[in-house]
Design a protein around this ligand. Structure first.
Ligand code: ADP
Length: 266
């Protein structure tokens, strides 16, 4: 609490009374603290790949370049770390745009059935590569939804790629959807049979850079920003996103999107 006193002075020059202003600065301090942590996180996240790249380039300059197999491996690591840094900077730019301008959506009526089928198609190769079985489960034909298609595609891509990344080979991922006629919402969930998230981490998992296992996330090419971006995009639709998880059992992320305005129920 910050308290400022200003003595009152009458026109006559006579002093009389005091104005006391009580200001709650805890919120201000909290924001300042968050900002500092964020800058520290960004610096650290950029330094890690840069250090890796530097050491591989040094090794190449020190002679590894003469050995084709070795130099190939080193260059691949350099490439993937560079790609991850580009993803990180792009994610950061997107979040900083959200912070400064808010999330700008261009909503239209969209066929939810097709949207989800395409999302599965886009990610299916990654699923195959990781040995994770992917399926789509839509009970009845879904109604049209009123969404920004690019935004919801990004949400689906982030959530599906997480589900695959954090599920060991042999596991499965199911994309489910159902319409709630009363609420005029289509609920979409992505459930995996993967490593899960400890319950103590769950409530913070949507925060920027919050990760259960940083090394594992980076090893998978992660930036720690995917869930934060997904939440911003869902909330910009006036909707909600939640996560439930059981360690070593799996994780389910659920969000909803609104029916199209003229909403023919499917
Ligand atoms: P990342 O780039 O690290 O995947 P995200 O913001 O997408 O960043 O996710 C944040 C963290 O949440 C991940 O690092 C991981 O610890 C955890 N996580 C997200 N999705 C899952 C999932 N399906 N299963 C297990 N852990 C997950």
């Amino acid at each position: 609490l910050r308290v400022t006193f200003t003595p009152l002075q009458h026109d006559s020059g006579k002093k009389g009374g005091i104005i006391a202003v009580l200001q709650d600065v805890t919120e201000q301090q909290r924001l300042e603290q968050q900002r500092r942590e964020f800058v520290a996180n960004v610096s650290h996240e950029l330094r890690t790949p840069l250090t890796t790249i530097k050491s591989y380039v040094e090794a190449l300059l020190d002679g590894a370049v003469e050995e084709p197999e070795l130099s190939n491996r080193f260059l691949r690591v350099t490439m993937s770390e560079t790609e991850r840094m580009i993803r990180l900077v792009n994610d950061l730019l997107q979040l900083s745009r959200f912070d400064s301008q808010g999330v700008r959506l261009h909503c239209k009526d969209v066929d939810a059935n097709q949207l989800l089928r395409y999302a599965v198609d886009r990610i299916s190769l990654f699923g195959e590569q990781q040995g994770v079985q992917l399926s789509l489960d839509i009970q009845e034909t879904l109604p049209e939804v009123y969404i920004d298609k690019d935004a919801i595609n990004q949400v689906l891509d982030n959530l599906l790629s997480n589900a695959i990344k954090y599920t060991p080979a042999g596991g499965s991922v199911v994309l489910r959807a159902y319409a709630n006629r009363h609420q005029k919402r289509v609920y979409i969930s992505i459930a995996d049979t993967g490593i899960g998230i400890p319950s103590r981490d769950l409530k913070r998992i949507f925060e920027r850079f919050y990760r259960v296992d940083k090394a594992r996330s980076r090893g998978q090419g992660g930036t720690g920003l995917g869930l934060a971006i997904a939440r911003e995009l869902v909330q910009a639709h006036g909707a909600e996103i939640e996560i439930t998880s059981e360690l070593n059992q799996g994780t389910t992320v659920t969000f909803w999107v609104p029916y199209a305005k003229g909403g023919k129920a499917g």
